[in-house]
Each structure stands twice: as structure tokens, then as C-alpha cells.
Design a protein around this ligand. Structure first.
Ligand SMILES: Cc1cc2nc3c(=O)[nH]c(=O)nc-3n(C[C@H](O)[C@H](O)[C@H](O)COP(=O)(O)OP(=O)(O)OC[C@H]3O[C@@H](n4cnc5c(N)ncnc54)[C@H](O)[C@@H]3O)c2cc1C
Length: 393
């Protein structure tokens, strides 16, 4: 006979959003099941995945409050002092600098954040980790306890609230009957680390070149000679790059960077991410809520996805805590989360998509428009202030 377990909350997905949400419920007196497809060893020691996450000051504060910050090795945290945006072959750069000795933000490898979040959740009172098991079916009904999940090992989980944190292609979202606008871009991002001759000076560069977008992100390195390269190209071109020998790849990157960096050598592994942006038609309903990429799958170019996911789970945890023993699956209660998080997400989602369109279209009017946009941005103090606040708040 299959086993049935009851919980207050079932969270599907132990990515950064799911882990942080469980952590934010610590001490709330709720029993929480955290279901994750990867096995426990992969969660405890996640592999390097190429992503260097640019954290806002708000995210840093939140990670500190959760106790995760101190578990990230300090020598892997790279300070971001300046960001610049370049357009094609133009010498003009729109720049954002940190004031005085301050920093715009920090860059931290994704796998180290995941590891730190896992460490603070592991052993948390009231939290039960179910790793190496995937959700095979999920539904919510009007009668308590509302949520019913079937795992691939036959276990049944009943919960008063189901929280989907299982990525932008969320299986749980589909099972709950929640639609989403999914925009597959036909392009992929290739990410890896490279060593180079010139010190990066803790400056990040976003270069919207013709036919390719390149981000160079400063990695924590004693002599500042390692950067993360994020290259966006049509998916087949990324597949070609992934298949090259390290030597051929380094030579190809030097050609693509057009003299911006020299003496390139690949460090470690390359990773490819097909690009798709997603927007869920609902973020919550009776007995369920969506967080992280399951709610909003941002284009990575403005580095908001993780930060937004962290903010959303914080909002949901606050709303759930405010129930104080009441119905945590109530549609009215969860509507507060939906309202607040949609307000926070919509301008960032639409703004980022508009930016991507403006900077990737290759028609002459689009090229002219982006040159003008960058110059106007540099000249307009309030505009820069808004962008900077968005990047660093
Ligand atoms: C190249 C790149 C660079 C990025 N850089 C930045 C940045 O600088 N700043 C920023 O803010 N964001 C950035 N992002 C975005 C950020 O990485 C994501 O927003 C974030 O990882 C989303 O976290 P999540 O927990 O919602 O989902 P995920 O990290 O996708 O985790 C989902 C989890 O759910 C599990 N799962 C899936 N299905 C099931 C199932 N059926 N049953 C059980 N478990 C399941 C998966 O195994 C996974 O562990 C970047 C993304 C990319 C691709």
C-alpha cells in the first residue's frame, strides 16, 4: 500500500526559491515537505553551473537574515564596482558606478548560494526533505486539506498549501491548470570562465554587439584576471561552441571579443542555457502558489530572476505567517501575495523584454534607436538613477 503523509505545506523544487521559502518559514510552527528531483548529494554539494549571480543589496540582506551569507566563502564573492553597457562598434559606453568605496552589488557563483541555502534548511525543525523524488501528479480541491501530490515512488502527500518552485517549465503549474505565456527565443546563452591578460578592475560589461550579445562579469580572483563570459547566440551556434576543443574555443572567443581581452584561456566547464521567458497567468489560487521562476521566468540579461524569486518567496512567507493559525490555503490570503508580487514583477519583466527586443534587432532603425537610447540614458540623471536603483536595490 502506498504511504500517505500530511503536511501544512508542500514545496516542489529545492532550487534557490524553494530553499529560501522553507528557510523563511523557520519558527512559524508549520510542517513543510520539500520535494526535489535531484538526490541529496547533489543538493549538499551542487556542481558549478556557470551562473554568476549578480545580487542586489536587498538579496544580500535577505541571505544574511537567513544565515546563508556567512556560509558563502568570502574569497568567492566578487564586488561589482562599475557596470557599463556598450552598443555594437561604438566607442560610447553607458556607465553605472558605485559611489565612493561602495559597491553596486556582488557576483556569487550560483552553486555556492544553493549550497549555503541547503545548509541552513537542512535539519530545520518542521522541514522534511524528500530528495531524489519527483512529483508525478498534483491537484488541489476545495475541501481541506486541498493539496494532494503523488510522487514517482508512489508516496502521497497531502498539504493545506502547495507551493510550486520547480522552474520556469513548472510541471506542478501545468498540473494545477495554470497557463503561462512562454516565449522561446530560439537563442541560447553559453556561460563559462576565462582567464585573460588584463585585470578586470571589478567592472562588468554588457556588450550588445551586432549578431551577438556578450557579458563579461568580474570573478573573484587574486589578480583579477578571471571573468565569466556570457555569450548569447542562435542555439545552433552555441552548440558549435560547446563542441570545440578548449584551445579552439579560446581562440574563437578572442576573435569574438574583438580585442577587448587577450591571452584567453578557458577555465573549467562550459554551460549552455536555451533562452525562454515565461509569465504565469496566475501566481496563486485556492490552496496553491507559484514562486521563483515558476511564477516569472526572466530573461537573464538584466540579472533579475534570482533576485525577484528571492523577493517573491519573502512576500509569500510573510503572507503565510500572517495567517497565524488560520487557513494558509485561503484564496483571499494568497491573493495578497499574487497582487504584491505581480506589481513588483510586471515592470521588470516587460522592461527587460523591451530591452532585449531593442538591443537584439538588427534593422538600421533599431540600431539607431539603441545608440540614441544609450546616449539619452547617460545624459539623463534621473533615468540613470532609476536604472541603478533597479539593479542594486
Ligand atoms: C546563465 C544565467 C545567468 C543568470 N544570472 C542571474 C543573475 O545574475 N541574477 C539573477 O537574479 N538571476 C540570474 N539568473 C536566473 C536565476 O538563475 C534563476 O532565476 C533561479 O535559478 C531560479 O530559481 P528557482 O528556485 O525558481 O528555480 P530553479 O533554480 O530552476 O530550481 C527548480 C528546482 O526544481 C526541481 N524540480 C523541477 N521539477 C521537479 C519535479 N517535478 N519534482 C521535484 N523537483 C522538481 C529542479 O530539480 C530544481 O532543483 C540567471 C540564469 C541563467 C540561465
Amino acid at each position: 500500500m502506498s504511504q500517505i503523509s500530511d503536511f501544512d505545506i508542500a514545496v516542489v523544487g529545492a532550487g534557490p526559491a524553494g530553499l529560501a521559502f522553507v528557510r523563511c518559514l523557520a519558527g512559524a510552527g508549520l510542517s513543510v515537505a520539500l520535494i526535489e528531483g535531484q538526490d541529496e548529494a547533489a543538493l549538499r554539494e551542487p556542481a558549478f553551473d556557470g551562473r554568476e549571480i549578480a545580487l542586489t543589496h536587498h538579496s544580500m540582506r535577505l541571505l544574511k537574515t537567513m544565515g546563508a551569507w556567512d556560509r558563502i566563502p568570502a574569497d568567492h564573492i566578487s564586488n561589482l564596482r562599475q557596470a557599463r553597457v556598450l552598443d555594437g562598434g561604438s566607442a560610447f559606453a553607458l556607465t553605472f558606478g558605485a559611489r565612493n568605496a561602495d559597491r553596486l552589488g556582488v557576483l556569487i557563483p550560483n552553486h555556492l548560494i544553493r549550497r549555503a541555502l541547503f545548509e541552513v534548511v537542512e535539519g530545520q525543525a518542521g522541514a522534511t526533505l524528500m530528495a531524489g523524488r519527483r512529483v508525478a501528479a498534483c491537484r488541489v480541491q476545495t475541501a481541506a486539506p486541498r493539496g494532494r501530490l503523488t510522487l514517482d515512488d508512489g508516496t502521497t502527500i497531502r498539504a493545506r498549501l502547495v507551493v510550486a518552485a520547480d522552474s520556469r517549465f513548472s510541471f506542478t503549474r501545468d498540473q494545477l491548470g495554470v497557463g503561462a505565456g512562454i516565449n522561446r527565443l530560439g537563442r541560447s546563452m553559453m556561460v563559462c570562465r576565462i582567464r585573460h591578460d588584463q585585470p578586470h578592475g571589478h567592472v562588468a560589461t554588457e556588450w550588445f554587439d551586432h549578431g551577438q550579445t556578450v557579458a563579461l562579469l568580474p570573478v573573484a580572483d587574486p589578480d583579477q584576471r578571471v571573468s565569466s563570459v556570457v555569450l548569447t547566440l542562435a542555439t545552433p551556434a552555441v552548440a558549435d561552441l560547446m563542441g570545440m576543443s578548449p584551445e579552439a574555443f579560446s581562440a574563437e572567443m578572442e576573435r569574438r571579443l574583438k580585442g577587448r581581452l587577450s591571452g584567453l584561456a578557458l577555465v573549467g566547464t562550459r554551460h549552455a542555457y536555451p533562452l525562454a521567458t515565461t509569465w504565469s497567468h496566475r501566481f496563486a489560487g485556492p490552496g496553491f502558489a507559484l514562486i521563483g521562476d515558476a511564477a516569472v521566468g526572466m530573461h537573464p540579461v538584466t540579472a533579475h530572476g534570482f533576485n525577484l524569486g528571492l523577493r517573491g518567496q519573502e512576500t509569500l512567507a510573510k503572507v503565510v505567517r500572517s495567517a497565524r493559525g488560520g487557513d494558509i490555503g485561503s484564496e483571499r490570503l494568497l491573493a495578497r501575495y499574487q497582487h504584491e508580487h505581480r506589481l513588483a514583477s510586471w515592470p521588470l519583466y516587460q522592461g527587460t523584454n523591451a530591452l532585449v527586443r531593442l538591443f537584439t534587432e538588427e534593422t538600421p532603425p533599431a540600431r539607431l534607436a539603441r545608440g540614441l537610447a544609450l546616449r539619452a540614458g547617460q545624459a539623463n540623471g534621473p533615468f540613470k538613477a532609476v536604472v541603478k536603483r533597479t539593479l542594486t536595490a
